[in-house]
Ligand binder design. Structure first.
Ligand code: BGC
Length: 754
């Protein structure tokens, strides 16, 4: 009763606040000319804005004319204040600008790349990372971030798999919500919260062959069940804006896809915020074959785009399109209103300098406290893939040979999309290792190899002239230097894998193995007979079959952010016990792609435990198994699972099934385990996946401790989008599975009747 009362009270005050906002915007829009309304829809590139000179920049002229709604990727309060001043003092209606940035996994304090962050399976930590990112960004003038990126991806060839949360819709949805909560908090008008922009809507992660920006074609069932859920979750969490993706959907680029932007997003899901294109998304529709810039812009606007990033198609063609009847004034008004509403919700009309506090900029960015949290979060994102004979953790004595092109490379640590990072502030693995090791460890180091034999490959990966520090000496000389120090060591730590530039946007690869030069180095290091720990840097699942067969210990550290050097050392020396679990499947080779845990059974499945049978769904040359399945990750301790207990065997519609299992830390160290619940819907009106993640709990267990982990399963958890895209559950048999990864599970079955 009290809750109901409070709810209706808060609903009332929300209605009153909405009415106040509407009245304000109505009054403002009455004063606006058509050109000024169109100007709000423009998000141009910022160009080179020099502090103190903003008023003279090219962009300033447009701002004064009311032709700019916002700007992005400008760094520093001073610059942002300067530009905002032009808008609120020199444009006719003094409408403030919105300032966005790609704050993707932290601001100056950088957290692990999103794919790594997702491997923590810890929603509080993930939310916390977004909260800190928002605090730092807002202290530096930013009020809008182009994050979270919630694209489901099942293709590790795609470089941007690094920016998302992996292959699973359920986990991806939880993370989408946590990120939105972290950025936006409970009150967007506060000066330390920023507006989220959920991207890339939609299906960008399903680009054919993993080639960036490529065509996408998929069934609506797969969209609704596997690719849309994190976007819908972000709407439910109140994300203030969305970004359209570059790819096409059903033959129409997302940027002009009315079904996607209006029917699904606004009508079905009730999204109330605004939609921005991706970078030149409208202009790119000329190459897609949609027509000239005017046609592309008109189609985008009428489909539901509210803001045009960089390309200025909407700015330059909409007046003409209106005269020619290609767009409506209602749509222009609606888009303009959405942008003004965002500014209103951020409190910019009350105080356009709300996010421009020099004191905050000085005191709240890259602080000791934030860096400490980043170090802790990074350590929890690492995934221990192999640890033969408990080679890890390392002892804090003896001689370690730290070898590899990524061993002493600060620039590599933050990872892709670290726009605000100060790369000089990042800590390399060598620095972190030295600090954490203490005085009893001798650390020798050598490069061992370049990233790749092919220097042109490195050039293609590099961006904006950023050097990858290629060593010009002959490969044999670089390697011999490493072998010489390896021979003097007790253990070799090989820091190998991808450089951050080899992952992320426009960094697709058809060969997803560790690059040749480094693999040769690894082989040579193994031949010394010394124990080798592979510290693997990567932004995607790599094909690691050979490494799994030959290297005794593998710790996957992704790109762990500004504090990664320390965090890796914390884990290598056992100050932190690794607990990360994979959120994408690691295939044996590129030919198996797409390989994901929640696949369908087919009419000719391979019997479990077998790797080949004629006329079954399989390959001649490789089994269907991954090297590491979804959900997999080891610890320095061991966890054992008891038998699965189910509270019922037959359930009626709204009954709750309780599934429990005893999990024991049977090793000698305290540790954390992510206990995962999967369900299989055995028979359906459409075919159903062999298993789907439906719950997880990260539990902390002392050495020797046992905890009972329980999940409550309701009919809601059984629902899916059927052939008619109706979201419902169907009665019948369900297999309930619980385990420490998607492969090794304990299972039981129940019947659910309607
Ligand atoms: C990317 C977006 C990004 C935008 C702005 C585009 O190239 O696809 O993810 O937010 O640039 O920097």
């Amino acid at each position: 009763m009290i809750i109901l009362f409070l709810f209706s009270l808060s609903a009332q005050s929300q209605t009153a606040a909405d009415a106040k906002m509407k009245a304000f915007i109505d009054a403002l829009m009455k004063k606006m000319t058509l050109e000024e309304k169109i100007g709000q829809l423009n998000l141009p590139g910022s160009g080179d804005i020099v502090t103190g000179q903003a008023g003279n920049s090219d962009i300033a002229k447009k701002i004064k004319e009311g032709k700019v709604g916002g700007l992005f990727n400008i760094k520093s309060v001073a610059k942002i204040r300067d530009v905002q001043k032009v808008a609120v003092e020199q444009s006719r209606l003094k409408i403030p600008l919105i300032f966005g940035m790609d704050v993707i996994h932290g601001y100056e304090t950088v957290f692990p790349i999103p794919l790594g962050l997702s491997c923590t399976w810890d929603m509080q930590l993930i939310e916390r990372s977004a909260r800190i990112a928002a605090q730092e960004a807002s202290a530096d003038g930013i009020c809008w971030t182009f994050s979270p990126m919630v694209d489901i991806a099942r293709d590790p060839r795609w470089g941007r798999i690094a920016e998302g949360s992996g292959e699973d819709a359920f986990l991806g949805s939880q993370i989408a919500k946590a990120m939105v909560r972290g950025y936006q908090g409970t009150d967007l008008t506060k000066n330390n919260t920023i507006m989220a922009c959920t991207k890339h809507y939609a299906l960008y992660g399903a680009a054919e062959a993993g080639r960036d920006y490529n065509t996408v074609d998929m069934s609506h069932q797969r969209m609704y069940n596997d690719y849309f859920p994190p976007f819908k979750a972000a709407v439910e969490a109140g994300a203030g804006s969305f970004m359209a993706s570059f790819n096409e959907i059903d033959g129409v680029p997302a940027t002009a896809n009315k079904w996607l932007l209006t029917d699904v997003l606004r009508k079905q899901w009730g999204f109330k915020g605004f939609v921005v294109t991706d970078y030149t998304g409208i202009n790119e529709m000329i190459a897609h074959g949609i027509g000239d810039l005017q046609t592309a812009s008109a189609r985008a606007l009428m489909a539901g785009i509210d803001m045009d990033m960089v390309g200025e198609g909407i700015l330059t063609t909409t007046t003409k399109s209106l005269k020619e009847g290609k767009v409506t004034i209602q749509r222009i008004d609606e888009a303009c209103r959405k942008i003004l509403e965002a500014k209103y919700k951020l409190g910019l009309f009350d105080d356009p300098y709300r996010y421009c506090d020099e004191n905050r900029a000085r005191n709240e960015i890259f602080t000791t406290v934030n860096r400490k949290e980043a170090r802790n979060i990074a350590a929890q994102s690492f995934v221990l893939l192999k640890n033969q004979g408990n080679l890890l953790p390392l002892k804090k004595n003896g001689t370690i040979a730290l070898i590899g092109p990524l061993a002493d490379n600060k620039q590599n640590m933050p990872g892709t999309w670290s726009v605000a990072a100060n790369f000089e502030n990042a800590t390399s693995l060598l620095t972190g290792l030295k600090e954490v090791a203490g005085n009893n460890v001798r650390i020798l180091t050598a490069r061992g190899s370049n990233l790749d034999y092919d220097s042109l490959f490195e050039d293609r990966a590099g961006m904006f002239g950023k050097s990858l520090h290629r060593d010009s000496r002959p490969a044999s000389v670089i390697m011999q230097e490493a072998i010489d120090i390896a021979d003097q060591s007790d253990v070799i730590v090989a820091a190998l894998g991808e450089s951050s530039e080899m992952t992320g946007e426009a960094s697709s690869r058809t060969n997803i193995e560790i690059p040749d030069a480094q693999k040769a180095l690894l082989n040579a290091l193994l031949k010394t007979g010394k124990p080798v720990v592979l510290v693997l840097f990567t932004g995607r699942p790599l094909a690691l079959k050979w490494e799994q067969d030959n290297v005794p210990a593998i710790l996957n550290v992704w790109f762990g952010g500004s504090e990664a050097g320390y965090a890796i050392a914390d884990v290598l020396f056992g100050d932190m016990n690794p607990s990360g679990k994979l959120t994408t499947t690691f295939p044996q080779n590129v030919g198996q792609i797409p390989l994901y845990y929640n696949h369908k059974n087919t009419g000719r499945p391979l019997p479990e435990g077998q790797w080949f049978q004629k006329f079954r769904s399989n390959y001649l040359d490789v089994s269907n198994d991954p090297v590491y399945p979804f959900g997999f990750g080891l610890s320095y301790t061991q966890f054992s699972y008891g038998e699965l207990k189910l509270s019922d065997t037959t359930l009626k519609a709204n009954q709750t099934l309780k599934a429990s299992i005893d999990v024991t830390n049977s090793g000698s160290r305290d540790g954390k385990e992510v206990v995962q619940l999967y369900i299989r819907d055995v028979v359906g009106s459409t075919t159903r996946p062999v298993k789907e993640l439906k719950g997880f709990q990260k539990v902390e267990l002392k050495a020797g401790e046992t905890k009972t982990v329980s999940f409550n399963i309701r009919q809601e958890d059984l629902k899916f989008y059927n052939y008619d895209l109706k979201y419902d559950w169907e009665p019948g048999e369900f297999v309930i599975m619980i385990g420490g990864n998607s492969r090794d599970v304990k299972s039981g079955s129940v019947t659910w009747v309607k």
